[in-house]
Design a protein around this ligand. Structure first.
Ligand code: NAD
Length: 344
């Protein structure tokens, strides 16, 4: 097995990217992070309130640039020649992609361009890099009984989710056409705060709680801590897949040196299925707050329970974090952060 030393992480300034960089650094990899800080700009532009972003510095190579620009991608890959690329960069907000045609187009052009630029640059430069990408459990839409850990049709229900379905198809093409090694993590809804306990006690990743960029559990906890009612869309009965941030970074890190049977591996990166009402009740138990139902802005069947195979994924992750155990930790961390009492 070839030795893996140099890892490039795209989206290195993002919610998952920052703690992943810390984790990989602690494992001794030589790291190159790339990001154009789009997320930060979009959150500041669109989510006027509740920007709650904490990003600590990290002592690794960081390149600011746009991965949708082919020449930029060629240049950084030619210079750094990474053994592994972990591609996290995307415009990842479903509601943002649904605002209007301009945002829908931007989301798809941005996301597809980055993936295609990276795949083709690896081929054109003759790199033998392993390509690890996070897409989304939303790709198959509400059409499957049990979503397998293999490629599925792109039946996504939003312009963002569809863009990741196209990314998945394009990875499969690169694998079929020139044997590109790919691990696709189909990522579930991520929640959590992650402290970089190894080098600093500071909380290191951003934590957005607005309508566009905050994921549901993070938003609920913030609402509860601010004394607001939890806004459950519709009846909140539909079950969705979830995973803790620490399990996302851990499984990505573990996959770097794993050998899989196939050169294109798809893993359902999820650990628990919960309904939105169950989430609200877990938060209510931990913080004490009211729950209110608001009209569902999403186009989805409310009585549809998604189901996933995740046996292969759990072999990569190992033991997983439960939401019941993580929520009280999140509440404590955010209370400290908000009151400025966190011990450094
Ligand atoms: N957080 C979740 O709940 C979740 C769920 C499913 C899938 N995912 C996927 O995981 C990945 C990481 O998600 P995240 O929550 O950390 O998102 P994020 O928005 O915090 O991170 C993505 C990063 O990509 C960067 N980026 C976007 N376009 C770029 C470009 N053209 N050039 C360079 N950088 C660019 C952004 O600035 C951002 O920092 C994404 O691909 C997302 O689709 C996340």
């Amino acid at each position: 097995m070839r030795e893996i030393r140099k890892v490039m992480v795209t989206g290195a300034d993002g919610y998952i990217g920052v703690p992943l960089m810390w984790e990989l650094k602690s494992l001794g990899y030589e790291l190159v992070g790339v990001d154009n800080r789009l997320r930060d700009k979009l959150v500041k532009r669109i989510a006027v309130d509740e920007v709650f972003s904490i990003v600590a510095p990290y002592g690794v190579t960081f390149i600011e640039g746009d991965l949708a620009d082919k020449d930029f991608v060629h240049e950084i890959l030619a210079i750094h020649r990474p053994d592994v690329i972990i591609h996290l960069a995307s415009q990842p907000s479903m509601p943002y992609s649904q605002i209007n045609g301009e945002r829908a187009l931007f989301t798809q052009v941005n996301n597809l361009s980055m993936n295609i630029n990276l795949l083709w640059a690896m081929k054109e430069l003759g790199l033998n890099s392993k390509y690890i990408i996070t897409t989304t459990t939303g790709i198959p839409g509400q059409f499957y009984d049990v979503i397998p850990e293999t490629t599925t049709e792109n039946k996504a229900g939003s312009w963002y989710h569809a863009s990741r379905g196209f990314d998945s198809v394009n990875c499969e093409l690169a694998n079929k056409q020139w044997g590109q090694e790919v691990i696709e993590f189909r990522t579930a809804i991520v929640y959590g705060v992650q402290n970089a306990v190894l080098e600093t006690q500071r909380r290191i990743t951003r934590f957005d709680t607005d309508f566009y960029f905050g994921t549901v559990l993070n938003r609920f906890i913030n609402q509860a801590l601010e004394g607001k009612s939890l806004s459950v869309y519709g009846q909140g009965l539909q079950k969705k897949p979830f995973i803790a941030l620490r399990d996302v970074t851990c499984s990505l890190a573990n996959s770097i040196n794993m050998q899989f049977d196939r050169s294109f591996t798809v893993l359902n990166q999820m650990t628990e299925m919960k309904s939105i009402m169950e989430l609200a009740e877990i938060v209510q138990k931990s913080v004490g707050c009211r729950i209110e139902h608001v009209p569902n802005p999403r186009v989805e069947k409310e009585d549809f329970d998604m189901m996933f195979e995740n046996g292969q994924f759990l072999k990569v992750l190992g033991e997983y974090t439960t939401m019941d155990s993580e929520v009280p930790k999140m509440v404590k961390a955010l209370r400290e952060e908000k009151s400025g009492t966190m011990e450094l």
